[in-house]
Write a protein that binds this ligand. Sequence first.
Ligand SMILES: Nc1ncnc2c1ncn2[C@@H]1O[C@H](COP(=O)(O)OP(=O)(O)OP(=O)(O)O)[C@@H](O)[C@H]1O
Length: 222
Amino acid sequence: MPESTPSSSASSSLWPAALVLRVADVDVARGERLLAGGLSFDVRAGEALTITGPNGAGKSTFLRMLAGLLPVARGRITLEGAEADTPVAAQAHYLGHLNALKPALSVRENLAFWADTLGQGGAALSPAAALAAFGLAHVLDVPGGYLSTGQKRRVALARLLVAQRPLWLLDEPSAGLDAGAQAQLSAVMGRHLAAGGMIVAATHVPLGLDGAVEIHLGGDAA
Ligand SMILES: Nc1ncnc2c1ncn2[C@@H]1O[C@H](COP(=O)(O)OP(=O)(O)OP(=O)(O)O)[C@@H](O)[C@H]1O
């Protein structure tokens, strides 16, 4: 894995400019309960979309559908312009509420595990460089279980950089982050978009994604 710096991927496009995530007439449902009907939108290379709405509106459910973790009962989700026959999930990073850190492994080992599992790609960063992007280079050899809540979230976010995937599906990515880490996250997301990546993020707070399109899910907040 190259020891590149976090900013080294900022200037050139890493993915095909024709890449587009296409959501066509998709229903978001839990069992028999319809949370949002007939969602349709495109997200193109270099674009971000935020999903907002009250608790229980279906934001996480929809992100999990995009990630291939929940079935799509009606409508179609495709990633066009990618390698033929590649499912969306294989082109995406999904970051849910859980950080999926193994407490007994060091941060370096955790990130190396994810790099091996997800496949690294040419512009992927080393664990050290990915951590540096989130201001955490000093915890590289600390066990995951020793980290604070915000530090765990930052390590989970560093996963985005150790394996190179064009589509980032982020569920409340800034939860638990202090102001400095939020700014680092905004910068990392900005570089990803500048390199031709795509972001779909569920959030209750602004993420600093200039130009992001927002879709609002209603929900009944029950
Ligand atoms: N595993 C599950 N089984 C059944 N219903 C679920 C499950 N997980 C969530 N739900 C229900 O689906 C609805 C949408 O939940 P979801 O987590 O998608 O909302 P959300 O918009 O992400 O909320 P929040 O802002 O609180 O994170 C809620 O009514 C919730 O109770």
